[in-house]
Design a protein around this ligand. Structure first.
Ligand SMILES: [Zn+2]
Length: 317
């Protein structure tokens, strides 16, 4: 399958400017869920409709049973921003799957990007509170059954079987990715699958990408056509060239043939996009979180259009 080169804002609020998308060389819109109004407007204007699909994220106030269990046997610490759920709560996972199937049957997205396809935590911050999870009895049992390891506490697992534990978590997330991608590919052949990724290299924060978030590029690769790390520089306390640095480092840990498409944040616009346009390894398209804002200023629209031209040219060469 030839993957499309898609450029556009993330956020359904941008639809109010959809008639000006061509001025910015924008051909796609990413929005949350299977939003009927967004699909309709995209179709009317010939814009590729791309869905951000929530997998493992819930309102813990409503569903305290979904809060993962930490190493101390208690629910993990969390703030307003947290993703990940206990993956032994099958009623929640059934609901997630049903929502994906219903959306795919009703709508024809160009792509579906799986969001929060991770174990628990939050990475859009310079000072992440990283906690290993989930050590509920069901998740420990699942680990023992699938690995043949006999361990009944977090201490036993982490002191004697840490590598197997991380591997098990990554495989568990990858199995869901494969299942969801299978649904997309069978119900909507030709629809692209994407995954929003923790934007850290595999080594950062003591291998937190796999150790905490359980995102392993190699294990996810069969399910995911396009990897999309969240390059939110201000929120994460990183320089404007973070996206460019990520792209240039990516061949080291993203399997060959699997493209990276950055999602940038409008808070750093246009600097991070201009940096990205100079990467020796091009981004396969661009998403701009909160991108509606560029339409407040014709100069910003022009800059986006120019960056798209440059990135398109780099993808051809
Ligand atoms: Zn659990």
């Amino acid at each position: 399958m030839t993957l499309p080169l898609l450029f556009g804002p993330y956020g359904s609020a941008a639809v109010e400017h959809i008639d000006r998308f061509p001025q910015a060389n924008i051909n796609a819109l990413w929005f949350h869920g299977f939003d009927p109004a967004a699909f309709e407007t995209c179709q009317k204007h010939g814009i590729a409709a791309c869905v951000e699909f929530k997998t493992f994220r819930a309102d813990f106030a409503q569903r305290p049973d979904l809060v993962p269990i930490g190493t101390d046997g208690k629910p993990i610490r969390y703030g307003e921003l947290v993703q990940g759920v206990c993956l032994s709560r099958h009623d929640y996972l059934d609901e997630t799957e049903a929502a994906l199937i219903a959306g795919l049957k009703q709508f024809e997205p160009t792509g579906v990007w799986f969001d929060y396809l991770t174990y628990a935590g939050w990475f859009e911050t310079p000072t992440p509170d990283l906690q290993d999870s989930c050590f509920c009895p069901d998740c420990i049992r699942e680990f023992c059954q699938s690995t043949g390891i006999d361990a009944d506490t977090s201490q036993a697992i982490l002191s004697q079987h840490a590598a197997a534990w991380t591997r098990h978590k990554c495989e568990r997330v990858a199995r869901y990715a494969a299942h969801y991608a299978g649904l997309v590919r069978s119900l909507r052949p030709g629809c692209v699958t994407g995954a929003y990724m923790c934007p850290w290299t595999p080594e950062e924060f003591d291998h937190a990408l796999t150790r905490i978030f359980a995102q392993d590029y190699s294990l996810l690769a069969p399910a995911i056509d396009i990897f999309t790390p969240l390059i939110y520089c201000t929120k994460s306390g990183r320089p404007q060239r973070w996206g460019r640095d990520f792209l240039e480092a990516s061949p080291r840990f993203v399997p060959a043939g699997k493209p990276v498409q950055l999602i940038l944040d409008v808070l750093e616009y246009p600097d991070s996009l201009l940096e990205t346009a100079h990467s020796t390894i091009p981004s396969l398209g661009i998403q701009l979180f909160g991108g509606k804002r560029i339409f407040e200023d014709p100069e910003q629209v022009k800059l986006f259009a120019q960056a798209v031209e440059k990135i398109r040219a780099e993808n051809k060469s």
